[in-house]
Design a protein around this ligand. Structure first.
Ligand code: NAI
Length: 472
């Protein structure tokens, strides 16, 4: 290719594809390289989207089995057609991958499939599948290669018995006993999927709690709820090693100096992700990375230590979340085009798509305490929400934390039905530096779950919720 580009994007995930589209919209000539023929990166192909497709399908299965009767719906015996469920998930992915290809085409973004390497700041070579090497030249290069599962030496992936999230999206049959190592986002979401479909699920977590980083009260409520759904938790448990024996894996663990063994037919290792920087030629070019995390260092314009080379998403600091990469993709492209843009890292929501859902934005109560800020908390249990009762979804609570002196909202944490949608209002509140009173005084439609958030905010600023008696 002898053309010259304004921007070469390496990686077509939610960071890279968004940056490519936004830059093209702003008049830049863009090429995007990805080693996967399907656009969309991990999120679309083997992450967020297929896991949500399975979470939604398995939740419907579970509702049909356990809850429809309470609504007066008789369905007879409910059966599982796992191949059909997996096929639907694949169709969902294909639909979105095709949509992205359409958007690229319409925006005039060229695509090169293959493995990219930086030769110099404006020069990238691409090793293509046909053995040919393409050389691309451009003014700016954006690294958006994302992340891959962390490898635990004592639990080497074999793709069959000891697996990562990729394989756990495609089990041919429901495992009898799925051992999940790591009680984070992936472990709980995929553990939920297979538990709902009939697997016995045991979660082994190193720390004494699940969902580290999330507000502890919410994480505790999540754990109780998942335990009621059948997941077994072993916290403070260190995995020492695993042995495959026929169709089974024996995982050796240690808890309080005591060693134990767990046997299952599948082990899902979900202990975090690491940035994908290997093979890009970063060291050779002197692109600085953080020693401990391996993440690429960038300035506020996402420029690395080498002018003309930029990085966003899971490669750089911050939560490894698709929507964080998305926002950085927009901000990067707008800055490149000379516009003002920024990402508010204090207002990035996090959602665990279990059921009920857990969603969070801003500071947890523990973080507020640690910062020594005097604060007030308001809570509202969905048990007291008219809409939640009508839905038969009364589990969970909304929790609003506000600064005691100014009433400014510091954090909002929701465990409850449709928390993933409810959190958007809280993100807006944080973005506009709203007070808890501001949230409470916004007119919320009745009957909606969002009234629960309003009443939690009312409880935070005034000590009283309308739909809950909290004392006189
Ligand atoms: P995570 O960081 O969410 O959780 C990993 C868990 O594993 C932690 O609880 C940690 O204490 C534990 N752990 C670490 N080493 C361990 C060991 N040796 N033995 C037992 N437990 C151990 O990582 P996860 O779930 O792998 O997800 C990776 C990334 O993907 C996360 O950054 C997450 O934000 C993102 N993600 C986000 C989703 C969402 O937004 N809904 C869904 C899936 C992934």
């Amino acid at each position: 290719m002898s053309e010259r580009f304004d921007l070469i994007v390496i990686g077509a995930g939610p960071g890279g594809y968004v940056a490519a589209i936004r830059a093209a919209q702003l008049g830049k000539k863009v090429v995007c390289i990805d080693k996967r023929p399907a656009l969309g990166g991990t999120c679309l192909n083997i992450g967020c989207i297929p896991s949500k497709a399975l979470l939604d399908s398995s939740e419907l299965y579970s509702l049909a089995q356990h809850r429809f009767a309470r609504h007066g719906i008789q369905v007879g015996e409910v059966g599982l057609d796992l191949p059909a469920m997996l096929k639907r998930k694949d169709a969902v992915v294909k639909n979105l991958v095709d949509g992205l290809a359409y958007l690229f085409q319409k925006n005039g973004i060229q695509v090169v499939t293959g493995t990219a390497k930086l030769e110099s700041p404006g020069r990238v070579t691409v090793q293509q599948f046909d053995g040919k090497t393409a050389t691309l030249e451009g003014d700016a290069v954006l690294l958006a290669t994302g992340s891959a599962p962390v490898i635990v030496p004592s639990l080497p992936y074999d793709g069959k018995h000891i697996v990562s999230s990729t394989e756990a999206l495609n089990f041919e049959k429901v495992p009898e006993h799925l051992l999940v190592v790591g009680a984070g986002y992936i472990g709980l979401e995929l553990g939920s999927v297979w538990a709902r479909l009939g697997a016995k699920v045991t979660v082994l977590e190193l720390l004494p709690r699940i969902l580290p980083g999330m507000d502890a009260e919410i994480a505790g409520a999540v754990q109780k709820s998942l335990a009621r759904q059948g997941l077994k938790f072993h916290l403070g448990t260190k995995v020492l090693g695993a042995t495959v024996q026929g169709d089974q894996v024996v995982v050796r663990t240690q808890h309080d100096e005591k060693e134990s063994e767990f046997q299952g037919d599948k082990v899902l290792v979900a202990v975090g992700r690491r940035p994908c920087t290997e093979g890009l030629g970063l060291k050779e070019l002197g692109v600085a990375t953080h020693e401990r995390t391996g993440r690429v260092q960038v300035n506020e314009s996402y420029q690395t230590s080498v002018p003309g080379i930029y990085a966003i998403g899971d490669l750089i600091d911050g939560p490894m979340l698709a929507h964080k990469a998305h926002e950085e993709g927009v901000a990067f492209a707008e800055k490149l085009a000379g516009k003002a843009a920024h990402v508010n890292y204090g207002a990035i929501p996090g959602v665990v798509y279990i059921w009920p859902e857990a969603a969070t934005v801003g500071l947890s109560e523990e973080q507020v305490k640690e910062a020594g800020k005097p604060y007030r908390v308001g809570r509202f249990p969905f048990q007291a929400s008219g809409r939640a009762i009508a839905m038969d979804e009364t589990e969970g609570l909304a929790k609003v934390i506000a600064d005691q002196a100014t009433d400014r909202v510091l954090g909002v944490h929701i465990f409850g039905p449709r928390a993933s949608d409810l959190i958007a209002e809280a993100v807006m509140a944080l973005e506009f530096s709203a007070s808890a009173e501001d949230i409470a005084r916004i007119c919320h439609a009745h009957p909606t779950l969002s009234e629960g958030l309003a009443d939690a905010a009312r409880a935070a600023y005034s000590g009283k919720a309308i739909n809950l008696y909290l004392g006189r």
